[in-house]
Ligand binder design. Structure first.
Ligand SMILES: [Zn+2]
Ligand SMILES: [Zn+2]
Length: 252
C-alpha cells in the first residue's frame, strides 16, 4: 500500500490568509500545507480519508485518475467541505462513490450535502454517493480498516488503523480502550498542531509523548499550524519522528 499525504495543514491551511509570519512567507515548499487528508492506494484502488476544502487541488497535484471510496474521521469543515468535488469521479466511473462515516458524521454530511442526497438540484452535475455507517472494522477491497475512537476536545472522532499503520488526525486524547489497537505499528501518523497547548489538538510535546508510549517504528506529524517551520522543527525531533508534508508518499 502506498500512503500519500494530500494535506498536512491545520484547518486554516498554511500560509494562513492575511498572515505575514516567517512560516507563512517561507520559500520552502514544505511550509505550504493544505487542509488534512490522506490518500491510500493499493491493488489499483484509490481511497481518501477526508475530503478537505483543498481536495480538488490535492487531486490535481497527485494526478488522481480515479476514486473508489472516501472515509471520514469527523465532520469539521476542514475535513468534509471538498466532498462535492468527488462528482467528477462519479461521472467518469458511473458508480456512486461509497462514503464511510460514523453515525454523527454521516448525519452532518447528509445535512451539509442535502442537495446531493435528495438529488433535487435541478441544474445538473450532481454527485451520487453511497453512504455506509462505520460501526466497527470494515473491509475495502481486501484492506481492513479499523476505526480508532479518539477525542478531539470533547468530540468523539475516529482515527483508522490499516495493517501496521495508523492515522490519528485531530485529537487531543486517546481513551484507554483504543490503546491496544495502536500496538505494533510501523507507521503512526498523528496530530501535532504547534507547541502552545490547544483544547482540541495534540501539541508537538504531547505527540512526542504518545510516540514514546506507543513505540511505532516511525511517526509522522500532521495537522500542522503556521507556528511550526518544517526545517527548524524537524531539526529538534528524534530521527524516527518527522513532520509530514504535502505530497509525501510512504510505501508500507
Ligand atoms: Zn481538522
Ligand atoms: Zn503565519
Amino acid at each position: 500500500m502506498r500512503l500519500t499525504f494530500l494535506g498536512t495543514g491545520t484547518s486554516t491551511g498554511v500560509p494562513t490568509l492575511g498572515c505575514h509570519c516567517a512560516v507563512c512567507r517561507s520559500s520552502d515548499p514544505h511550509d505550504q500545507r493544505t487542509r488534512p487528508s490522506l490518500l491510500l492506494e493499493y491493488d489499483g484502488r484509490v481511497v481518501v480519508i477526508d475530503t478537505s476544502p483543498d481536495f480538488r487541488q490535492q487531486a490535481l497535484r497527485q494526478e488522481l485518475r480515479r476514486l473508489d471510496a472516501v472515509v471520514f474521521t469527523h465532520d469539521h469543515a476542514d475535513h468534509i467541505l471538498g466532498l462535492d468535488d468527488v462528482r467528477v469521479f462519479y461521472f467518469r466511473q458511473k458508480v456512486p462513490i461509497p462514503i464511510y462515516a460514523d453515525e454523527r458524521t454521516m448525519a452532518s454530511i447528509r445535512r451539509v450535502y442535502k442537495y446531493i442526497f435528495d438529488q433535487d438540484y435541478p441544474y445538473g452535475g450532481l454527485a451520487k454517493l453511497d453512504p455506509h455507517l462505520i460501526d466497527g472494522p470494515f473491509e475495502l477491497w481486501g484492506a481492513e480498516l479499523v476505526p480508532l475512537p479518539i477525542f478531539h476536545g470533547d468530540l468523539p472522532v475516529l482515527g483508522f488503523r490499516f495493517g501496521r499503520c495508523a492515522y490519528l488526525t485531530d485529537f487531543s486524547s486517546i481513551p484507554d480502550p483504543t490503546l491496544p489497537l495502536l500496538e505494533g505499528l510501523d507507521v503512526l501518523i498523528l496530530d501535532a498542531l504547534r507547541h502552545k497547548p490547544h483544547p482540541s489538538h495534540s501539541t508537538v510535546e504531547q505527540s512526542l509523548a504518545w510516540v514514546d508510549r506507543l513505540k511505532p517504528e516511525r511517526a509522522f506529524f500532521t495537522h500542522i499550524a503556521h507556528e511550526l517551520s518544517h526545517e527548524a522543527t524537524n531539526a529538534t525531533l528524534p530521527p524516527q519522528v518527522r513532520l509530514a508534508y504535502d505530497g509525501l508518499s510512504l510505501d508500507v
